[in-house]
Design a protein around this ligand. Structure first.
Ligand SMILES: C=C(CC[C@@H](C)[C@H]1CC[C@H]2C3=CC[C@H]4[C@H](C)[C@@H](O)CC[C@]4(C)[C@H]3CC[C@]12C)C(C)C
Ligand SMILES: C[S@@+](CC[C@H](N)C(=O)[O-])C[C@H]1O[C@@H](n2cnc3c(N)ncnc32)[C@H](O)[C@@H]1O
Length: 364
């Protein structure tokens, strides 16, 4: 081969690699590169063991029902997936309806701003983000409302990521992040002017426990909004296909058991909230939230090859390929849940803590 042919072959190869990695469905880029994929707070040599430990929770289903075990299981899950989420999805770990003419990140931001607009927040108010992830929603909400946002997450690694992002975005004076369990929050009662949770309380083994905690820390008269993961009125537990899809979603997303939409308002009332509004934000005229998952399919294959290579050469921890494969399968179950209408990740509930304490069902 003469040197010209060698040059052209090399250029073609380089262009092919560039096209494969950068053009063919780029990852979300911001913040995380494939070469930085880690196991969160888990050291690289323990990622595989922790992935196996994650699955063992599902082999002993009775155990994950208990309040003590679930936060640990959820913490392990987020150590395993946080970097992959950031790399392949962005800093907001939730869905939003697609909006014609708007990018994913614009649609995501609008979905987040809607939450804070619903709770009537004023600049300077102190509000709570229950299950804040790496803080994508927190930063959008603080910038939009000028309220002070305190986020809580069970996962230490996410706390560090969120603080780094807050500083970079120069929003650290408005955004604070605390490591803790939202079932026993380290905040005094009546200390927040509002609260929201975006696709996070689905991790609670008993919804009543997290709602009661949120009720406790809110000031009387203030509002709480939540986007809940639930099964809809189309879900039939007698249909084996429905059961398979929902079980697939639970296993790939660290859920101790998905609730039905009818449980949400009932639980809110039980802990003392007044229910102001309740709506499935995924229902038409909203455009499907799951198109982003479907459209990403080519990128997932590309990501799978990237993860496999990085893991083989020892850059990504052993076990990362398994975690990625689990997410790959989950994306499929979530898409099926959306397409069939049996599942929604955005059942919105808006609640108010009454000015005066009323007697609740659990008091009697
Ligand atoms: C609210 C929760 C998380 C919701 C979503 C943010 C995530 C659910 C499934 C995740 C993903 C699936 C496929 C991955 C893909 C194979 C990989 O290459 C890149 C990342 C994914 C797209 C990943 C991104 C985040 C999700 C969409 C739950 C946990 C309660
Ligand atoms: C899917 S992520 C959503 C994060 C964020 N709301 C967003 O939309 O980007 C769920 C979040 O809930 C948190 N979480 C789950 N169980 C928790 C618990 N018991 N206590 C505190 N945080 C918890 C996880 O650590 C994670 O940050």
């Amino acid at each position: 081969m003469d040197s010209l042919a060698l040059f052209f072959t090399g250029a073609l190869l380089a262009a092919g690699i560039y096209w494969f990695v950068c053009v063919l469905g780029p990852a979300e880029q911001k913040g995380k590169r494939a070469v930085d994929l880690s196991g969160g707070s888990i050291s690289a040599e323990n990622v595989q063991d922790n992935y196996d430990k994650y699955w063992s929770f599902f082999r002993r289903p009775k155990e994950i029902e208990t309040t003590e075990k679930v936060p640990d299981f959820v913490d392990t899950f987020y150590n395993l997936v946080t970097d992959i989420y950031e790399w392949g999805w962005g800093q907001s770990f939730h869905f939003s309806p697609s909006i014609p003419g708007k990018s994913h990140s614009e649609a995501t931001r609008l979905h987040e701003e809607m939450a804070v607009d619903l709770i009537n927040v004023k600049p300077g108010d102190r509000i709570l983000d229950v299950g804040c992830g790496v803080g994508g929603p927190m930063r959008a909400i603080a910038a939009h409302s000028r309220a002070k946002v305190v986020g809580i997450t069970i996962n230490d690694y996410q706390v560090n990521r969120a603080r780094t992002h807050n500083k970079k975005a120069r929003l650290d004076s408005l955004c604070e992040v605390v490591q803790g369990n939202f079932l026993e929050m380290p905040f005094p009662e009546n200390s927040f002017d509002g609260a929201y949770s975006i696709e996070a309380t689905c991790h609670a083994p008993k919804l009543e426990e997290v709602y009661a905690e949120i009720f406790r820390v809110l000031k009387p008269g203030s509002l709480y909004v939540s986007y809940e993961w639930v099964t809809t009125d189309k879900y039939k537990d007698s249909d084996p296909e429905h059961v398979e899809v929902i079980q697939g979603i639970e296993r790939g997303d660290a859920l101790p058991g998905l609730r039905n939409y009818t449980d949400i308002a009932e639980t809110a009332r039980k802990v003392g909230f007044e229910v102001v509004k309740e709506k499935d934000l995924a229902k038409p005229p909203a455009r499907p939230w799951w198109t982003r998952l479907k459209m990403g399919r080519i990128a997932y294959w590309r990501n799978h090859i990237v993860v496999t290579v990085l893991s083989a050469v020892g850059i990504a921890p052993k076990g990362t390929v398994d975690v990625h494969e689990m997410l790959f399968k989950t994306a499929d179950y979530l898409t099926k849940g959306g397409d069939s209408g049996i599942f929604t990740p955005m059942h919105m509930i808006l609640c108010r803590k009454p000015e005066k304490k009323t007697e609740t069902a659990s008091d009697s």
